[in-house]
Design a protein around this ligand. Sequence first.
Ligand code: HEC
Length: 144
Amino acid sequence: MISRTVLKSAFAATLTASLMSVLSASADDNEILERVKPTGQLVVLEDNATTVPAAAAAEAAPATADVGKSTYDTACFACHGTGAAGAPITGNKDAWASRVGQGLDTLYSHAINGFNAMPPKGGAMNLTDDQIKVVVDYMIGQSS
Ligand code: HEC
């Protein structure tokens, strides 16, 4: 009899749940729901299989950057993608250099608590402090 090992279904459920909680602000946004729909697949290994197919292994990698980007697109892009209200544009290294120079703790604090025309959490008060930090890391990564 062939024994089979089914991988990833639990992981996929966990990943999906965490993505959904990050983006619960936009649960009514069909585009977001489409973007975060479960992407897991069942991987069935035959007897004696010792490796998971490469494509499946790559897909299983946690996608922190993707969460940062999708949350950014939802909560921050309106200003930081356009410069609205004088926001430093993501990707503009000159605009970010002196801000990054303040240190991460200051950037996190300003993003969470607000700073001049920067509203607390960009107005997305349902995001946790840790979620904001992930987004700030994403923005800095795009801008340095
Ligand atoms: C309503 C427009 C608006 C939205 C939405 C917004 N920001 Fe900002 N943000 C600003 C403005 C304006 C500044 C510049 C404030 C200043 O330097 O006086 C800024 C500055 C910042 C800074 C730099 C702070 C510093 O100390 O230099 C960070 C980090 C930041 N925003 C993160 C975010 C994140 C993360 C989000 C989404 C969760 C977000 N912002 C959403 C307007 C916005």
